[in-house]
Design a protein around this ligand. Structure first.
Ligand code: NAD
Length: 355
């Protein structure tokens, strides 16, 4: 196994690993550990080049720093990627090699499941390192983070609707893009609250399940951006808010689970110019990391405590929207400023303690 450090400005440690025996090609990016050890998921994706993987892992890793800072999880930000196809390239040897790679950082980075990996893969990683979370509940761990992410997103949508004059979610029209792990639970909460659901997924059966279960209306994948609705909830991919889609949107709120929803920060400015309220992704989708962080608290995992903390997402989203209005800036910029302020305060505390 060959591990090489790659210098990246603004990142504490970025390492790549090549292990010809298992076929592992992976990168771990540790963005910032001022507020605690870095925690973030392990993504497996068929990246076309190592550069593409590097850009993705670094962007996601910085996002994790901000997410944990705002949610006050006591953790820093990191992320890992395996270059490979999760449908065809998985093996026990691959994930055990990944476990040894994680172990080589001696706790600076803790991993978890993400797009392309699952709880079972983490169980394999666990054979080589203890720095892994999101294992099955039977193992004393916090399990699948998706239901907690969904609760946070539901509360964040509610905060946006109420901030823009709505009383509750009854008859509010919500377009959900993607009907995967998070969206399934989200649709359940939204349907219970009386929202009118529109759904799409590139996997037809997944969307159909929401139609059958919640009476959601089916929309074609490309048409979701043009739909007249109150809330557009991206729960599939990142970068869906961009120059092409912003002019098409006929919603008044964008609030969903997906990471890196904005192609770039200036797309937050464009949403603001159009009068569309945006719930910053790393604030609204923090439920999963909050749940996982409780697992690392001294008393171990406690579901009630996790739920209590996830409930704060309503206030977190509301407060960011209020600050953005007051400062006359886009909400994503207000969220980044808040995260950076919390990290700077943490750095000051650390320096004072070291003196
Ligand atoms: P998932 O893979 O289970 O679900 C994504 C769904 O989107 C899939 O059903 C997929 O078929 C569908 N999809 C992909 N491209 C699409 C397109 N162009 N149009 C419509 N549907 C499309 O993933 P998930 O765990 O539900 O996560 C969803 C998003 O939320 C991801 O961006 C993820 O990074 C983010 N997120 C998830 C969690 C979590 O706890 N799982 C936490 C924070 C953020």
């Amino acid at each position: 196994m060959k591990i090489t450090e790659i210098p990246c400005a603004g990142y504490e440690k970025v390492v790549r690993c090549e292990d010809p025996q298992s076929g592992l090609r992976a990168i771990i990016s540790v963005h910032d550990t001022t507020l605690g050890p870095a925690l973030g998921g392990l993504r497996m994706w068929p990246y076309l080049s190592e550069q593409e993987a590097m850009t993705d892992v670094n962007r996601l890793s910085q996002g994790m720093t901000y997410k944990s800072a705002v949610a006050e999880t006591g953790l820093g930000g990191g992320k890992a990627v395996i270059i490979g196809n999760p449908k065809t390239d998985k093996s026990e040897a691959l994930f055990r090699a990944m476990g040894r790679f994680v172990e080589s950082l001696k706790g600076l980075y803790t991993t978890a499941e993400d797009v392309g990996t699952n709880v079972q893969d983490m169980v394999t990683v666990r054979q080589e390192t203890k720095h892994v979370t999101g294992l099955p509940r039977e193992m004393g761990s916090s399990g699948d983070p998706s239901p907690f992410t969904a609760i946070g997103v539901f509360l964040g949508i509610k905060a946006c609707v109420e901030k823009t004059g709505g009383k509750d979610l009854k008859d509010v029209r919500i377009a959900v893009q993607g009907c995967g792990n998070v969206a399934r639970y989200l649709c359940e909460h939204l349907a219970k609250a009386g929202a009118k659901l529109f759904v799409t997924d590139i996997v037809a059966e997944k969307a159909k399940m929401m139609v059958d279960k919640h009476g959601a209306k089916l929309v074609k994948a490309e048409e979701i951006y043009d739909l007249e609705c109150d809330v557009f909830a991206p729960c599939a991919l990142g970068a869906v808010i961009n120059d092409d889609t912003i002019p098409r949107l006929k919603c008044r709120i964008v609030a969903g689970a997906a990471n890196n929803v904005l192609l770039s920060e200036q797309h937050g400015d464009r949403l603001r110019e159009r009068g569309i309220v945006y719930a910053p992704d790393f604030v609204i989708n923090a439920g999963g990391i909050i749940n996982v962080s409780v697992e690392l608290e001294p008393g171990g995992y406690n579901e009630q405590r996790a739920l209590q903390k996830v409930n704060n997402i309503y206030n977190a989203v509301h407060d960011i929207l209020v600050t953005a209005d007051r400062e006359k800036i886009a909400s994503n910029r207000a969220a980044i400023l808040l995260a950076e302020r919390k990290i700077a305060e943490g750095r000051k505390r650390k320096t004072a303690k070291a003196r």
